[in-house]
Design a protein around this ligand. Structure first.
Ligand code: HAM
Length: 422
């Protein structure tokens, strides 16, 4: 039987991985420029962590987690997202109490979702979580930071920022009551999932994709009208900063986010270039989370970027780097050994050059074809004559120039001159 990759798990081929690496490097640089510090988090956590922090009634916990018992019958879960683990780590290691933290992490997340373009069962996130800052300035900072990331990646023009406020716990209680009462009146219009959520988590009904349910929601009360004064002031503060920095955004009252932990600010960066999976970044404030895991009340806010989706946006415009700068072709046993020596010498002197030694057994012609395909601009040719004379022959692959033979001990000087003219 043929063994294939597990459904929803992506292989990243060299070009794709290069795009992911470019995104990671860019994001890392921008996060560094805002003083964020990287942390490493386990991929596996106790199942209860997600039940408690992400919420029992969310899609993620209800039906998307990779959960299993280990050999000790402890229920463990492959992390579906990074915030819960980061909050646990910060609390467990004493990073939250009376402190300010700006942290970030990167790595794979796992959700048992229906796979399609831009939606996978293993996907990469880079997330940032900030602790100890209650004001709207840090919320704004996260939006400026993500905006800077998208500008550096060259995708800002295809993305829009959408923001909303979910208010404080009290405004949500009042809103929930009003929403439940409204939806009970149109219960016959709701799909089965939404009917169940009417009891457990009515706000999540906004996430329903069922057209009938969506039209029943049209006359529903809006959370905006139930916001407490402090949350309104917080949201106004955020908007003022975005306005003064001229970051375009849209207030979208329908953003409720699929995780239970948010309060006040929530935001998403969305594109219409990716079809249904258009959200490339989501985040918000979660002031109750540290306390929920047993810590002192500590404000928190963060976001996560989906690398797979950003990579799809870059696919057509990203220019891959050449595989090689210098390609070494050789024929005959002695020449092959000599080629390896020459290559090591080049690498000693020029660490940033990419040097490939043809380790196949092909003829020179075939090797030079591969040299061409590698993108190299120079081929070094080593045959029996070169070995005997202590020389290498240099062929310019991208320029119309005569082939030349030089002594191997002059190769360093040749390359230095060559590179300085490039
Ligand atoms: P989230 O909205 O669930 O938020 O995920 C963040 C991003 O991860 C999404 O915008 C999307 O780009 C990407 N993503 C999610 N699921 C998939 C999937 N199945 N395949 C590909 N990409 C996916 C969170 O995870 C929160 N922890 C964000 C956060 C951090 N909030 C506060 N701090």
């Amino acid at each position: 039987m043929k063994i294939q990759a597990v459904r929803g798990m992506q292989d990243l081929l060299p070009r794709q991985k290069e795009i992911f690496r470019f995104i990671e490097d860019t994001v890392r640089d921008v996060l560094g420029s805002y003083g964020y510090q990287e942390v490493g988090l386990p991929v596996i956590e106790s199942t209860n962590l997600f039940k408690r922090l992400v919420g029992e009634d969310t899609d993620i916990v209800e039906k998307e987690m990779y959960t299993f018992d280990d050999r000790n019958q402890e229920s463990l879960t492959l992390r579906p997202e990074g915030t819960a683990g980061c909050v646990r780590m910060a609390q467990e290691n004493g990073l939250t109490y009376n402190q300010v933290q700006r942290l970030w992490y990167a790595g794979p997340m796992f959700r048992y979702e229906r796979p399609q373009k831009g939606r996978y069962r293993q996907f990469e996130q880079i997330g940032a979580e900030c602790f100890g800052m209650p004001g709207p300035d840090i919320d704004a900072e996260l939006m400026l930071l993500t905006h800077r990331i998208f500008t550096a990646l060259g995708v800002a023009g295809d993305l829009g920022l959408e923001i909303n406020s979910l208010g404080g716990a009290e405004s949500r209680v009042a809103y929930r009551a009003a929403l439940t009462s409204y939806l009970s009146g149109v219960a016959t219009e709701l799909d089965e999932d939404s009917l169940r959520r009417l009891e457990t988590n009515p706000l999540r009904i906004f996430d329903s994709k069922v057209a009938r349910t969506q039209s029943a929601l049209e006359g529903a009360p809006l959370l905006q009208d139930f916001l407490d004064d402090e949350s309104i002031a917080h949201f106004d503060g955020l908007r003022r900063t975005l306005d003064s920095r001229q970051v375009p955004y849209r207030v979208n009252p329908r953003i409720v986010r699929g995780l239970d932990y948010y309060n006040r600010t929530v935001f998403e960066w969305v594109t219409d270039t990716l079809g249904a999976q258009g959200t490339v970044c989501g985040g918000g404030r979660y002031d109750g989370l540290v306390e929920q895991i047993g810590g002192k009340p500590t404000p928190g806010v963060g976001f996560a970027l989906g690398l797979d989706r950003i990579a799809l946006m870059l696919e057509d415009k990203f220019e891959s780097r050449h595989q090689a700068d210098v390609y070494i072709a050789s024929a005959g046993d002695k020449a092959r050994a000599y080629a390896l020596d020459v290559a090591e010498g080049v690498r000693d002197g020029f660490a940033s050059l990419r040097v490939i030694v043809d380790c196949g057994a092909g003829k020179f012609k075939a090797q030079l074809k591969k040299a061409d395909a590698s993108g190299a601009s120079l081929a070094l040719i080593i045959g029996e004559d070169e070995v005997a004379g202590g020389q290498v022959t240099i062929k310019h692959l991208r320029e119309d120039r005569e082939q030349q033979s030089i002594n191997t001990d002059e190769l360093g000087q040749f390359l230095a001159d060559y590179l300085s003219k490039e």
